[in-house]
Write a protein that binds this ligand. Sequence first.
Ligand code: SAM
Length: 227
Amino acid sequence: MSRVETIAEGVTLYLGDCREILPTLAKFDAVVTDPPYGIGKDGQKRTTGGHGGRKAYEFKGWDKERPDPEIFSMLLQCGAKHVIWGGNYFADLFPPTGKWLVWDKGQRISQSDGELAWTSENGALRIFDLNRVALMTDGAQHPTQKPVEVMRWSIQQLNHPKTIIDPFMGSGTTGVAAVDLGLSFTGIEIDPQYFDIACRRIEAAFNAPRLFAEPTQQTQAQEAFEL
Ligand SMILES: C[S@@+](CC[C@H](N)C(=O)[O-])C[C@H]1O[C@@H](n2cnc3c(N)ncnc32)[C@H](O)[C@@H]1O
């Protein structure tokens, strides 16, 4: 491991390989992450205007293939609950559950209409409508950067976790969402350039006025009716 940054109490970021770092950490309430899917998205030129414009990202090779099955068993072990984006690419490695998450990107063009996350939960499937193109007007700093709203909603789908880990942190979006909600966050990223971006974004989120983890209407309704 080459670097550890403590942004604040309970907010710790590791620069390094999650395969080496995860075994050294205690168990977390929730793993909320977006691993490489193995579909070659890194370095690909953006084709829509709003997500950072027609920006080309440096090819780094991390999305050439999906992570080894061994990493997914580490992910399952290091947390009590899970949201794993790109779940459709890894469905053979997870137990069957009911509560898949769907992010409907509000686009009906040649690109995908939405994205899927596998969760460890057995409640009802949930859909989040969020128009990607309208939203990412400030320019993404990572080729597969998720909107903060999507990761905040992802955390809120679990039953009030207090400690969150994202072992494939990228530009730190899960961390921004976690600190917005007043939660403890640990992030791991292998690429120094993305790691620095994550440090800056999460520190800025920590210093900004906080939302704190008020239950959403949806989570309240879920608690009342979930089977
Ligand atoms: C899909 S991206 C995450 C993007 C993130 N959700 C965001 O909003 O910026 C996956 C990230 O995992 C990182 N990565 C790949 N293998 C890794 C490993 N073994 N340990 C830690 N990070 C890794 C890549 O560098 C990449 O930034």
